[in-house]
Design a protein around this ligand. Sequence first.
Ligand code: HXC
Length: 262
Amino acid sequence: MEDIFGPGLLKGRVALVTGGGTGIGLSTATLLSTLGAHVVLAGRREDVVRDAADNIVAQGNAASSVQLDVRDYEQVAATIAGIVKDQGGLDILVNNAAGNFRCATEELSPNGWRTVVDIDLHGTFNCTRAAFDALSASPYTGRVVSIITSYGWSGWPGCAPAAAAKAGIQSLMRTLAVEWGDRNILCNSVAPGAIGDTEGAKRIHDDVGRGDHELSRVPVGRYGERDDIAAAVAYLVSPAGRYVNGTDLVVDGGRQFSFGTA
Ligand code: HXC
């Protein structure tokens, strides 16, 4: 993917990717680093984000890691203050950390609901709110990109808390696009479809025998790749995305419009 974009496209930027140790977060962090950004990988499992950052550094790019639970605002604020102190600023925030599981709503406990909404929606608020000052001071125009899903607007039977949380994130990005448009920050969302080699596709589709069904809904006939999402994020945070604000960039092979034949 890095060959598609110009080398050094993101030179000088500092990027924080939550949930950066695995899956879409890791692919995004890796691509941003190959384009010249210093990436900070944040995640709950310290060893996972540390190993991922070490791999990026071993490839000759700039990365560091931090243990972080996005549900804890004080921890998030301290993490961002530390990044600004160590790296001189923060230019890009990718809200990627998410939790999800398949559960019929009538069987879901209040704590199960709260846990997913806490990670996805409240976690995104926490990071975005805490990053405001740093992003607003970015010489490149601060960027927030939040990972959502088109199931946020279609509804998502079996995954009600994730659907509601992602819809909330989409709304938050639209609101902040207006509130912060004149504060030197652009806020957008990226909505992946079914992306292979991710924990989400594994637990929500494949492990429960819904892989074939999900695939049948994708007009282009295949799952997406993690790099497809990384590329969408790279576009939005690059100079090419400088006038894109408040959009939902759907990267799903056309799945959102696949209702079957009439
Ligand atoms: C029903 C469940 C459950 C399940 C947990 N709970 N898993 N309920 N079915 N499968 C309930 C628990 O019983 C508990 O409620 C509450 O949720 C909190 O569970 P904990 O395990 O204590 O929470 P925690 O350790 O904080 O873990 C959070 C988590 C976990 C979301 C439950 O799965 C996690 O860490 N996930 C991170 C990785 C992840 O989900 N990746 C996929 C994201 S993909 P009670 O009432 O018993 O106390 C994504 C997009 C998918 O978001 C796209 C699809 C292709």
